[in-house]
Design a protein around this ligand. Structure first.
Ligand SMILES: [Fe+2]
Ligand SMILES: [Fe+2]
Length: 218
């Protein structure tokens, strides 16, 4: 007889897998990941409401969610945003915002990894990851994804989607990826097509360590 954990019995959300979705359109695949994030955070709400809360049950939901948040951001940075910079109408500002948001999400996810699962500090870090991710997903869906749908052909979106799907399948956890923060200006300037650059008016940073965060409010 197969033993199931409490999380499995309650239909804990599982990370998306290659072949889950019919569409190859990268904008659709990104939306699918976003929906998964929302459901996984909602599952943590359910667990938080339970009287007895084993750390293993929290880890069963959080660990794959944390991995997917990391891998999803790197996949977008490797596959989606370089093409948005080529095709989008307002791509530079959209990409600067997105990389800064990814840094905020990464900072909170990695902070949670340093806290005892289920502790107050852990919940605080998980909460920060959720707020940063919720805000970023809404903006990304309204701006970058919408811009790309309006200006990139379906053929390009589908070919990028196949690469995105393969990347997610090959890096289902984030251990083999560089998930450190990226300097948004340096990222954009290194990927903008030569005929569209140079775009930066700032002095390049000497490092790309944690804490770069978002450009919002600067
Ligand atoms: Fe995303
Ligand atoms: Fe993103």
């Amino acid at each position: 007889m197969v033993e199931h954990s409490a999380a499995e019995k309650s239909d804990a959300p599982r990370p998306p897998r290659a072949g889950d979705c019919e569409s190859d359109d990268i904008t659709q695949l990104i939306l699918d990941d976003h929906e998964h994030f929302r459901r996984a955070f909602a599952r943590l709400d359910d667990l938080q409401a339970e009287e007895s809360l084993p750390a293993a049950d929290l880890s069963e939901v959080w660990d794959p969610l944390a991995d997917l948040l990391d891998v999803h951001a790197v996949a977008e940075e490797e596959i989606f945003y370089p093409q948005l910079l080529r095709k989008g109408a307002d791509a530079r500002d959209e990409t600067l915002d997105a990389i800064g948001d990814h840094n905020d999400i990464r900072d909170a996810v990695h902070d949670a990894a340093r806290r005892p699962v289920g502790s107050q500090d852990w919940w605080e870090a998980v909460g920060r990851a959720r707020v940063a991710n919720d805000e970023h997903m809404a903006e990304e869906e309204r701006e970058g994804l919408a811009d790309f749908r309006q200006h990139a052909t379906l053929g390009l979106r589908e070919s990028l989607g196949r690469r995105f799907r393969q990347f997610m399948a090959e890096h289902h956890d984030a251990r083999d990826l560089d998930t450190s923060d990226k300097d948004p200006e340096r990222y954009v300037d290194s990927r903008v097509p030569p005929d569209q650059g140079p775009t930066s008016t700032t002095t390049p940073r000497a490092d790309n360590s944690l804490g770069i965060g978002s450009l919002k409010g600067r």
